[in-house]
Design a binder for this molecule. Sequence first.
Ligand SMILES: *Cc1c(COP(=O)(O)O)cnc(C)c1O
Length: 387
Amino acid sequence: MHAKQTGYHLSADDQKRLDDLFETILREQQRFVGYPCNALFDYHSLFKFLDHPINNVGDPYVASNFHLNTHAIEREVLGIFHELTHAVPEESWGYISSGGTEGNMYGIFLGRELFPDGMVYYSEDTHYSVNKILRCLHVRNIMIKSCPDGRIDLEDLRETIRIHRDLPPIIFANVGTTMRGAIDDLEGIRAILDDLAIHRAYIHVDAALGGMILPFVDDPQPWDFRAGIDSIAISGHKMVGSPLPCGIVLAKKVHVDRIARSIEYVGTLDTTILGSRNAITPLFMWYAFRTVGIEGFRRWIRQCFETADYAVARLNEIGRNAWRHRNSVTVVFDRPSPEMAHRWQLAAEHDIVHLITMPHVTTEQIDRLVDELVRRSPVTTTPKANA
Ligand SMILES: *Cc1c(COP(=O)(O)O)cnc(C)c1O
């Protein structure tokens, strides 16, 4: 039933195109194990909001002239994430972004506004979007070596910062790298700054996936505001789950106050990167936290680790050198044939691929994948020609 009739209808051909596309998506979802996007969500009871031109333009904490918004719900979601990241409530700010990339851009933007002559340091395992962000923001930057397990190489970081001691460091740290799920050693990074007597520094954390895992484990690596960070980006469409990409970005309020501009046209503060912002995604995330809840996410994460351990064991039974980091759901293993990587949407880099045991991934799927690997992509014992 439609609430309003526009008088327009799709032709039968066009309707068929949509139906076919939908079938393809259903079929492909059966082997959706390579990307960190949770498929377990049901937001049907929110669909009525899609009938209205809602928009969260501007600062979620400032009333605006655009009243069809979900700012109140957005602030509640931000409150949850302030708690999960141990931010000091009165000193923190944030908004719901379009995803990890926007959140990371925001963090580096704040860092650069604080230190216009700053130097950004980031590891070679950092998400591909950061290179583009650095070019957009036109900020000096140096890529640091990674350890073989994907964490930033602290020796290389120390040496590089030491050489550029006159420039305030803007550290871009990973909490769950895209390929290996590695968590950069934030205590080690802070120790380097202390050792070198550097007092002017900014630390942004990219916790796209890890930021929705570490709040729910018993033994988290240092990763949040307690570890002395200045801002953090977390994805919403990854572990929370959402058909519309989204993310959470949080920052210390003092940094945001430096960039805030009052705008008469919308009657609010222009503190966000985008102007018009999604008013649906805050509803999705709010709904997830009101239904699944903190305890539900804790159970999900535990179950994800169990599936990950199962995948590691099964893949090693068939000789694929599988492993994962502590508190990570990213299972790294030897790159199979291109056909198998494509069929199971396994993201590849050099000689490795990963699968990611999000809440919707089952041990039955892992079994099917393992069976197919044995049949279609056997381990070759002869050395690869010109590898
Ligand atoms: C997914 C991811 C991003 C980018 O997130 P988008 O929502 O795709 O913009 C950034 N960093 C890491 C580590 C990621 O895994």
